[in-house]
Design a binder for this molecule. Structure first.
Ligand code: ADP
Length: 727
């Protein structure tokens, strides 16, 4: 199915078009760009031209004012000076005296007004008196009848003329007025004002200035070369008049001047307010702007020009700036496009990263959840600490074991709240070893105090915490609650002791009851027979007495047999007498007692020299004696600090005897107690039986040895057993 055109989005359409007509688009873009630059340049030039035209208008006004000012200053001087009486006299009488006075007078006026010359002509144009009467080039005697200003004044009007002086060759402005008596014109008074000041100020102008007469001849210019050139071709009558009036002097040899065309051309007017002209300046053709103003009172045209270079500069500056700007825009655009592409890539990368981070976060969260679930499901307490021992993580099992909330444990440094107050020393030592990485790999046992106050036992295993970069950041410990196991062990131990005791008791009880039972019959028989014998003896029944005595002997025999049989039974349970090493016996007992010693927190110290002579003894019975003494010693130190709970075992030789000593740090025994120690059933303990020491004494006596008690001078009890050396 064809794709409907509306489905093609704008940019895609443009792209498709662009592919086909890309070159055309480029040409169009370049064309538009060049056009825009040209327009911009033109605009800048126009702006500059407007500024130039404005300043030219100002200049034109100033120049026109200057000219008008000059004319106004001198215009009335001929009339005023013509009113003087001597002037009339000189004209009427033409005698020397008045003429001389007029000369002086005119000289004085002329000096004061600063004109070039002030002079008086008669009605025929002959100069009678002049301010320059004393000069070589004095006007006196010259006839200026041919000058239009004379004619105008002679006709009774105001003469006005600009011309080059025929005597001086200097250009100047001539004003003339008639000197009259009534209606009769006696003569003409004229003044010549040089335009030197004006011309001089013009030479300093930046651009040329021209003053054209009514025929288009340049008669005043800031440029020497333009003087007396014509802006348009002169008519023959104009040439004739110029020749006649010698307005601008004559060429060499009195030939008429040619009045060539100006060295510049005025371009046809393109703009209402200015013209353009191009002229040679500084050796090259240059374009100028020109504006002109007609001064009707003189019939002159003032032309002010301005160099077009600033406008051209403005155009090129604008084009250059425009080019630079568009280049900057182009590069900026390219940079922006590149940046956009990069940003787009970066954004895409960012999104990819973000999704990867999300994925990773989800993985991590899953892993974390998995780890948390695992931690939570663990029965083993987990505790992470930093290198200083600060708790940084605990799992619920640890809180469960110790009874403390995670918030109570997090951030804690040792001592931890669950440390057992009676074991702080051990906890510090264990802690220090763990933080130094010296904790036993097999773990160590610790007694803690639950938050609710009861004791608990744990096995602690510690391993270093290593982070992802391989750095050692702390320690991870796992704790297994072994309280139940410990309790069971304790129970078992208690039971074992109990059983041992009960066993011993049971044996003895059994023995006693057997003895009682077995012996009761012969004893009862003996008592009966003895009573009967007594009766027979009293009654003198000798035969019966003898019979009864034999029965007595028989019963006694029977009792002896019973005793022998029981002794035999006792002997059967032990290995019997044999050569033994006392140290071996003591070491055996210590090995048996280790768990109990640990439980009682007692240490067993030995001082047993090697090479002691052997003894002849029942090893099992002797072991029971030593075991009993060690048990008593540990029990006696129950109230002492664990550190002081030391049982010392010594063996040695004393003469022909071997001894073994059990020393403790307990309270020892009072005088009274020490007297009864060995009595059967003597005990100071609530659960005591009072038979231990008694049996010990019996056993020692059985071995031909003895047992002694003494209080230690430094406190504590000392029991010593002595055995004869085996000969
Ligand atoms: P039991 O241990 O059952 O009391 P024993 O005959 O072993 O019986 O001990 C008798 C008594 O002797 C004890 O109750 C105790 O008062 C005292 N006795 C035994 N050994 C020591 C000892 N090492 N230090 C102090 N008194 C002791």
């Amino acid at each position: 199915m064809p794709t409907p055109i509306t489905a093609v989005r704008g940019p895609v359409l443009f792209k498709r078009l662009g592919k086909q007509y890309r070159w055309m688009l480029r040409v169009l873009a370049v064309g538009a760009w060049v056009g825009a630059l040209t327009l911009f340049g033109e605009w800048a030039a126009r702006r500059e031209i407007d500024l130039l035209v404005e300043s030219m208008h100002r200049s034109l006004e100033v120049q026109a004012l200057t000219l008008r000012g000059t004319v106004a200053r001198y215009k009335h001087i001929p009339f005023t000076s013509g009113q003087q009486g001597d002037v009339q006299n000189a004209l009427v009488f033409r005698t020397d005296k008045p003429i001389d006075r007029v000369d002086i007078y005119l000289e004085d006026i002329n000096r004061r007004v600063g004109a070039e010359a002030l002079y008086l002509m008669d009605a025929n144009g002959l100069t009678l008196a002049a301010s320059n009467w004393n000069d070589v080039k004095s006007f006196k005697g010259d006839n200026y009848r041919y000058r239009p200003y004379f004619e105008q004044a002679r006709a009774g009007g105001m003469g006005f003329f600009y011309a080059v002086g025929t005597s001086t060759g200097k250009p100047g402005l001539y004003f003339a007025t008639p000197v009259q008596t009534g209606d009769t014109v006696l003569g003409v008074m004229a003044i010549k004002v040089t335009m030197g000041e004006v011309a001089k100020s013009w030479t300093q102008a930046e651009s040329p200035l021209f003053l054209l007469d009514s025929r288009g001849i340049v008669f005043l210019s800031s440029r020497e070369a333009d003087l007396y050139t014509a802006t348009r071709p002169l008519r023959p009558q104009d040439l004739e008049e110029l020749h006649r009036t010698k307005q601008y002097g004559t060429a060499q040899n009195g030939d008429p001047k040619a009045f060539e065309a100006t060295p510049w051309t005025m371009r046809p007017r393109q703009h209402p307010s200015y013209r353009r002209l191009s002229m040679l300046a500084g050796g090259s053709q240059k374009d100028y702007l020109a504006i002109e103003e007609h001064l009707p009172e003189f019939d002159w045209t003032l032309v002010v020009t301005a160099d077009l270079t600033p406008a051209q500069h403005a155009r090129w500056t604008a084009i250059t700036l425009g080019t630079l700007l568009s280049a900057a825009l182009l590069f900026g655009g390219l940079f922006w496009r590149q940046r956009e592409t990069r940003m787009h890539d970066l954004r895409r990368l960012g999104r990819e990263l973000e999704s990867r981070v999300t994925e990773r976060t989800r993985d991590l969260a899953e892993a974390d959840a998995f780890r948390t679930a695992m931690e939570n499901s663990l029965q083993t307490g987990m505790r992470a600490r930093d290198l200083e021992g600060r708790v940084i993580s605990v799992n619920p099992a640890l809180c469960e074991i110790t009874g403390y909330q995670a918030s109570e444990l997090m951030g804690r440094l040792p001592p931890y709240p669950y440390w057992h107050p009676e074991e702080t020393e051990k906890h510090w030592a264990d802690n220090e070893a763990a933080l130094k990485g010296q904790a036993a790999l097999t773990g160590y046992e610790a007694r803690y105090r639950h938050s609710k106050g009861h004791d608990l036992f744990v096995m602690v295993f510690t391993a270093p915490l290593i982070d992802a970069s391989g750095a050692h950041t702390g320690w991870m410990s796992s704790m297994v609650d072994i309280t139940a196991q410990k309790k069971a062990e304790e129970q078992w131990r208690q039971q074992a002791i109990q059983m041992q005791r009960t066993g011993r008791l049971a044996n003895m009880g059994e023995m006693a009851s057997t003895l009682a039972h077995e012996l009761s019959q012969p004893l009862m028989a003996l008592v009966n027979y003895a009573g009967a014998a007594k009766g027979f003896s009293a009654k003198g029944h000798t035969e019966l007495l003898n019979e009864t005595l034999s029965d007595i002997s028989e019963q006694a025999q029977r009792a002896a047999e019973i005793i022998a049989r029981i002794r035999g039974f006792v002997r059967q349970t032990t290995p019997g007498f044999q050569p033994c090493n006392i140290n071996d016996i003591v070491n055996n007992v210590i090995a048996l007692m280790r768990p109990e010693a640990r439980h009682q927190k007692s240490r067993i110290v030995t001082r047993m020299p090697d090479g002691l002579p052997w003894v002849n003894a029942d090893r099992v019975l002797l072991e029971q004696v030593v075991l009993n003494l060690i048990l008593n010693a540990m029990q006696a130190m129950g109230d002492k600090y664990p550190i002081d709970r030391v049982v010392t075992l010594e063996t040695g030789r004393e003469g022909d005897r071997i001894y073994a000593r059990v020393l403790d740090n307990g309270p020892g025994a009072t005088e009274e107690v020490s007297r009864s120690l060995f009595q059967p059933f003597f005990t100071t303990k609530a659960d005591g039986l009072g038979l231990g020491l008694n049996i010990c004494r019996t056993t020692m006596e059985l071995h031909g040895g003895r047992i002694e008690f003494a209080n230690r001078p430094e406190g504590g009890a000392m029991f010593t057993i002595y055995l004869p050396i085996d000969p």
